[in-house]
Design a protein. Structure first.
Length: 170
């Protein structure tokens, strides 16, 4: 199980130094992400992806639930009031639930891709002031070791908390 740690760094130079120390501590670069205000060149630092910047995952979850429930309700209504001459079984509920879930995921995914990640809102003011947000996904047993290493070697890196868990795939 991994946890995501957040640190605010004063500039790109400091971010590069911390990045190198994390690589030396055997944290893979695919588990380290940086976010800066628009226009700041992060050069060779791994930038946060759209899945980390947006509320895409939350939107997909909501779309799946709402779309599936709406489809199931439409299936029940179709069974109770079938078009003239048609006999419908329980399969119509399943089919409409599936269609509703697919439509819900598609629609909410399109919308959520433009919505900023709500977990990152608390960092937005500092990012706009020019600071760099670093997100590090590390195994649960390394949290203390990595956080202490960053605080000790980079006092300008401000620890800003952690997520209780991170999504499995982004």
């Amino acid at each position: 199980m991994r946890r995501r740690l957040y640190f605010l760094l004063p500039d790109v130079k400091s971010a590069k130094q911390v990045f190198k120390k994390l690589l030396l501590a055997r944290i893979e670069d695919r588990n380290i992400f940086f976010l800066a205000k628009e226009g700041v060149a992060l050069s060779d630092l791994p930038e946060a992806t759209m899945l980390q910047k947006s509320d895409e995952i939350h939107g997909l979850e909501v779309g799946l639930m709402v779309g599936g429930a709406t489809g199931a309700l439409a299936g029940v209504v179709a069974m109770m009031f079938p078009p003239s001459g048609l006999v419908m079984g329980h399969g119509v509920i399943l089919a409409l639930s599936l269609i509703g879930a697919i439509a819900g995921v598609w629609a909410s995914g399109m919308i959520a891709s433009d919505v900023p990640n709500t977990r990152l809102e608390k960092f937005s003011k500092e990012i706009e002031r020019g600071k760099i947000l670093m997100m590090v996904d590390i195994p649960k047993h390394q949290i203390g070791e990595i956080a202490d290493m960053i605080k000790e070697r980079h006092p300008d890196a401000t620890p800003r908390g952690r997520d209780p868990s991170i999504p499995a795939f982004p």
